[in-house]
Design a protein around this ligand. Structure first.
Ligand code: HEC
Length: 134
C-alpha cells in the first residue's frame, strides 16, 4: 500500500515536471527568454539597430526572399530549441506583433531547418539590400 502511494506520488511529480517543461517552451516564454532583450516586450525593437517586429515584417513575410531572411537572421538561426519550437515562435511573433494583414502560410519546421543550414554572414548588409529591392 505504502509503495503504491510513493509510486503514484513520483508519477505525479514527473507529470508536473513535464507540464512545467511544456509551459517553459511556449512561444511567449521563448520570446521573453531569448528575444525580448533586443526586440522588447511589444516587439517594437530598438530602431534603427533592432527592427520592429510590428511594422517591418510587412516587407518580409509577403515575399520568398523576405521569409528566407527571417529564417536566417542570427536571432532565429541561433535560437535554442527544436525546429518546431522555432517555427511556433515565428508564427507567434507574426500573430502577436505584426499589425498588418498576412495571407502568407505559417512557418514550418522544415523551413527552420533549411534556414539553420545557411546562417547569414552579414545581416545588416543583407537587410539593406533586401529592403532596397522593394
Ligand atoms: C542581440 C540582439 C537580438 C536578439 C537577442 C534577437 N534579435 Fe532578432 N534581430 C536583431 C537585429 C539587430 C535584427 C536585424 C537584422 C540583423 O542585423 O541581424 C534582427 C532581426 C530579426 C528578424 C527579422 C526582422 C527584420 O525586420 O529584420 C526576426 C524575425 C528576428 N530578429 C527574430 C528574433 C527572434 C525570434 C529572437 C529570439 C529567439 C531574436 N530575434 C533575438 C537583434 C536581436
Amino acid at each position: 500500500m505504502h509503495r503504491v502511494l510513493v509510486t503514484s506520488a513520483v508519477a505525479y511529480l514527473l507529470m508536473m515536471g513535464a507540464q512545467t517543461v511544456g509551459a517553459q517552451t511556449s512561444p511567449k516564454f521563448f520570446f521573453l527568454q531569448f528575444c525580448v532583450g533586443c526586440h522588447q516586450y511589444d516587439g517594437s525593437g530598438l530602431p534603427p539597430e533592432v527592427p520592429s517586429l510590428r511594422d517591418d515584417l510587412s516587407y518580409l513575410i509577403g515575399s520568398p526572399a523576405g521569409r528566407d531572411f527571417m529564417l536566417r537572421v542570427p536571432g532565429v538561426t541561433g535560437a535554442p530549441g527544436s525546429a518546431e519550437e522555432v517555427a511556433d515562435l515565428l508564427n507567434w511573433i507574426v500573430g502577436t506583433f505584426y499589425q498588418g494583414e498576412t495571407y502568407s502560410p505559417p512557418f514550418t519546421a522544415a523551413e527552420v531547418i533549411e534556414g539553420r543550414k545557411r546562417p547569414m554572414k552579414d545581416p545588416i548588409k543583407e537587410r539593406l539590400e533586401l529592403l532596397a529591392s522593394y
